[in-house]
Design a protein around this ligand. Structure first.
Ligand SMILES: Cc1cc2nc3c(=O)[nH]c(=O)nc-3n(C[C@H](O)[C@H](O)[C@H](O)COP(=O)(O)OP(=O)(O)OC[C@H]3O[C@@H](n4cnc5c(N)ncnc54)[C@H](O)[C@@H]3O)c2cc1C
Length: 592
């Protein structure tokens, strides 16, 4: 049975696609303002990946040492290797204290200091007084901060009556005859039925895409669907060459061992027992920025000082920490180590190796959360009715390297801000629903997989595994032109195999094959955007470490890449170096 261009339609003031911390903070604001919204999530909301965030959320509350948002801003710009937009970073750091107090009032059970104030821990790349001493800025609910935030936001949404479309998969954005975004095609995962949710305001909060790499800390749902939708709608992705490899993934498996472990005093050691970070970051050692620590581990292993029979990991030692610190502050980490490695970190060190963790790039937006796209003269304009927040967006507060604790902050700050932007638009002009949606492109795309003959069918999961390996080999912690060219050629093969996939079972039934094919199509698009952008950037900056161009090149590359999927085209846009209330932070060599 082929798709026709007719689906049931429901109308809303605004749609929020994604029920993680970003989407949930936005929907809360919009529902509170009295708008009729739909919150769409492909998994039950509290299974969204925010739930996995461990270490905490940054705000210069100054509960442990005196602190200032200006120092937080400086650290974030330096951490971003000067690629972050300074106006957006300034805004985020200024909002941080209020947004964390607001979370506390929503019910987030933060850990407490003895004086009753919110507990704050040390995280990498954070300093007092513009680089002098280690800051204690990361507000934590033990090592389950994301879980606490997501549950609290969900409960607040339920209290206010937000309408949830749980386990609905958003397939594609729909445009009206004027070419404006005015709806989204969704599939009910339970029964395989499709419908159109229509609104002139669509907010993407679909999270990251770490599944494009083989070893990663991300849930299997992190397939970059919002990014795929945006590319297919003709808009660009920004800075897709920048992927954060978290230094401490469980070796060979990828799950995260939070930076909180080093924040609480954990030490990295090689096979000689050396605390090797002293060599790479003499001042802050294990609490250097993530890109610096990930590279240090990769170098130790590449130079033969790795541990185990294959010398392919290093050790994270917390056996010297008091039992109380481990049980009270790091219970989840102990559990992960016991479950996946069979190691109790109280007695033995944890085996760790860098693992893909976070996507610094994404859908380009301004501070108001509007998606931005250039015209033919390169001038940037908001795309009418389209917004993006959270890990799927690139505003850009993380630049070339994100600091730990800044993503949970990003999602709530810009979740609230973007909801206020939509609220303002709806207040000045109530929602109009254009009946003339153009369904032809999406219907054509979906129908191409519905073939009668599935005898030569390729397995979607096999194609996905091959894609992940290609990306790991071609665009890992270290890259160079030959490895990336090989990856680019291999992606052609992956694309060709995906085109030939046949989804034979096409009734209105629960059909995971269909879902997997849609997700894989998005992952392939992300693979291309990553490799094409990384090949073009002939320098090393933040998490983008090229063996063939080892230095940062501000003269030519202090700019953002914008990737369009038609002909794998790239354009560029300048970095914003003009905060409103602070002097510009000038790019200097980055040492820790
Ligand atoms: C293991 C781990 C630990 C982390 N720890 C920290 C930390 O301590 N501090 C910190 O600051 N950051 C941390 N991060 C990063 C941070 O947690 C994430 O960047 C952030 O939570 C992302 O939130 P989000 O709302 O953008 O997306 P998510 O929470 O990933 O939510 C995405 C939502 O989109 C929905 N969705 C996606 N595609 C579709 C579709 N096609 N149709 C319908 N719905 C869709 C999903 O169902 C989900 O509801 C961590 C990340 C990981 C992986």
């Amino acid at each position: 049975m082929k798709f026709t261009e007719s689906f049931p339609i429901e109308t809303f003031d605004a749609l929020v696609i994604g029920a993680g911390g970003a989407g949930m903070r936005a929907s809360l604001q919009l529902t509170e303002k009295g708008h009729k919204i739909a919150m769409i999530s492909k998994v039950f909301p509290t299974r969204s990946h925010t739930v996995a965030a461990q270490g905490g959320v940054n705000a210069a509350l100054g509960n442990v040492t005196p602190d200032k948002w200006e120092w937080h801003m400086y650290d974030t710009i330096k951490g971003s290797d000067f690629l972050g937009d300074q106006d957006a970073i300034e805004f985020m750091c200024q909002e941080a204290s209020e947004i964390v107090r607001e979370l506390e009032h929503f019910g987030v059970p933060f850990s407490r200091l003895d004086n009753g104030k919110i507990y704050q821990r040390a995280f990498g790349g954070q300093s007092l007084n513009y680089g002098e001493e280690q800051a204690y800025r990361t507000c934590a609910a033990a090592d389950r901060t994301g879980h606490a935030i997501l549950q609290s936001l969900y409960q607040q949404n339920l209290r206010l009556g937000t309408t949830f479309y749980d386990e609905y998969y958003a397939v594609d954005l729909l445009k009206n005859q004027d070419g404006d975004i005015n709806g989204v095609l969704v599939m009910n995962i339970h029964d395989g039925k499709y419908k159109i949710l229509q609104s002139p305001h669509i907010l993407l909060a679909t999270g990251g895409a770490g599944q494009v790499f083989r070893n990663n800390t991300n849930a299997s749902i992190n397939t970059g669907d919002g990014l795929g939708m945006v590319l297919r709608a003709g808009y660009p992705l920004q800075d897709m060459e920048f992927w954060q490899f978290h230094p401490t993934g469980v070796s060979g498996k990828g799950m995260l061992i939070s930076e909180a472990v080093r924040g609480e005093g954990g030490k990295l050691r090689n096979s000689l027992g050396e605390a090797f970070m002293e060599k790479y970051a003499p001042r802050v050692k294990d609490l250097a920025s993530r890109d610096v620590v990930a590279r240090a581990i990769a170098i130790e292993v590449n130079e033969g000082r790795g541990c185990g029979p294959d010398k392919d990991y290093v050790l994270l030692d917390i056996s010297h920490l008091p039992d109380e610190v481990i049980t009270k502050r790091l219970p989840g980490i102990r559990e992960i180590s016991q479950t996946f490695l069979g190691i109790d970190p109280v007695e033995e060190p944890i085996h760790v190796y860098p693992t893909c963790h976070y996507m610094m790039g994404g859908i380009p937006t301004n501070i108001a959360g509007q998606v931005i796209s250039p015209d033919q003269n390169g001038k940037q304009h908001p795309v009418k009715g389209l917004y993006a927040i959270g890990e799927c967006a690139c505003v850009s507060v993380h630049g070339a390297n994100r600091l730990g604790g800044n993503s949970l902050l990003d999602i709530v700050v810009f979740g609230r801000k973007t909801a206020l932007t939509i609220d303002e638009a709806l207040t000045s002009s109530p929602a109009q629903h254009d009946a003339t949606l153009n369904l032809t492109p999406v219907v054509k795309r979906l129908n191409r997989w519905l073939k009668q003959d599935d005898s030569k069918n390729d397995s979607i999961s096999r194609i996905k595994k091959d894609l992940q390996l290609i990306m790991e080999r071609g665009c890992g912690v270290f890259r160079d032109e030959p490895t990336m060219q090989t990856a680019l050629e291999a992606l052609e093969g992956i694309q060709a195999r995906l085109e030939k996939v046949c989804i034979s079972d096409f009734g209105n039934v629960f059909n995971l094959d269909r879902l997997a094919a849609y997700e894989l199509e998005n992952l392939v698009a992300i693979g291309y955007s990553t490799v094409v952008s990384a090949l073009a950037r002939t320098e090393s900056r933040g998490a983008h470490s090229r063996v063939d161009y080892t230095e940062r090149d501000d003269e030519n590359w202090l700019k953002h890449t914008l990737y369009f999927s038609d002909n794998h085209r790239l354009t560029f846009k300048p970095v914003n170096l003009s905060p409103k209330h602070h002097d510009s932070v000038k790019p200097v060599p980055r040492v820790y």
